[in-house]
Ligand binder design. Sequence first.
Ligand code: ZN
Length: 285
Amino acid sequence: MPELPEVETIRRDLTPRIAGRTVAEAWVSPNAPKLVQGETAAAFCRRLAGRRIEELGRRGKYLLIRLEGGLTWMVHLRMTGGLIHLPAGRHGARGGCPEERPKGPLGFLRARFRLDDDSELCYVDLRKLGTMWLVADESEVVGRLGPEPLSEAFRPEHLRAALAKRSAPVKAVLMDQTAIAGIGNIYADEALFEAGIRPRKAARRLSAKAAERLHGAVRQVLEEALDDRGSSFRDYVDAEGEQGMHQLRVKVFRRTGEPCYVCGTAIKRIKVGGRGTHYCSRCQR
Ligand SMILES: [Zn+2]
């Protein structure tokens, strides 16, 4: 599912394509009743139409599409959501994203947004867990998020402080969006492998040195995934409908039973906080 590197890839792809454009028309499928939060889909579409897109931002796993007039269109892709941009002339003969049909990345169309250059932004979502808001105050949606792991301001001591007050497994804290923003199951497993730390270890029992290693590992893993344009284990595609490449370079995630690249020990799978968790019992202590 889309985590920080995937959402950031979509943000970077979409920026030159949609920034400066105006939303000409918005449509939300009646099949996606939970997509729009805080108002009806009809009200959301009405308020969105006619607005110019100024810039695209990101906070954790949220995409922030900032509009003229001080409104932000916020999107969370959850498990299987995706935003695909179709240039004018590239979309269906009837003009627009294809109708809903269960085939290909555009098969699960839940919303579409026609822009003033006749291109379209298509929102697809197999499981329909994704959400959108149109708000004047971004903090209503992202106000409780922890620090951005790739920002300059995120120092090792911030991670150490977040871990020190929690007795939960370190993996659960890494995935807690209020402790640190943007990390999900894939990059939590990968960062813990990189740092040589057992996912189940109690967060507050990590030494200062281990917390520092983990801080570096989190940044390294996210940067590498960004370079690979994200990971596509199942549904994730970028703004052109193409898969990322990082799933080919993971060290432990979904490699259960395969040999560790460092020591050859078979990668183990356990559950931590209800989530499938992968680690090397020799490299991670
Ligand atoms: Zn190993």
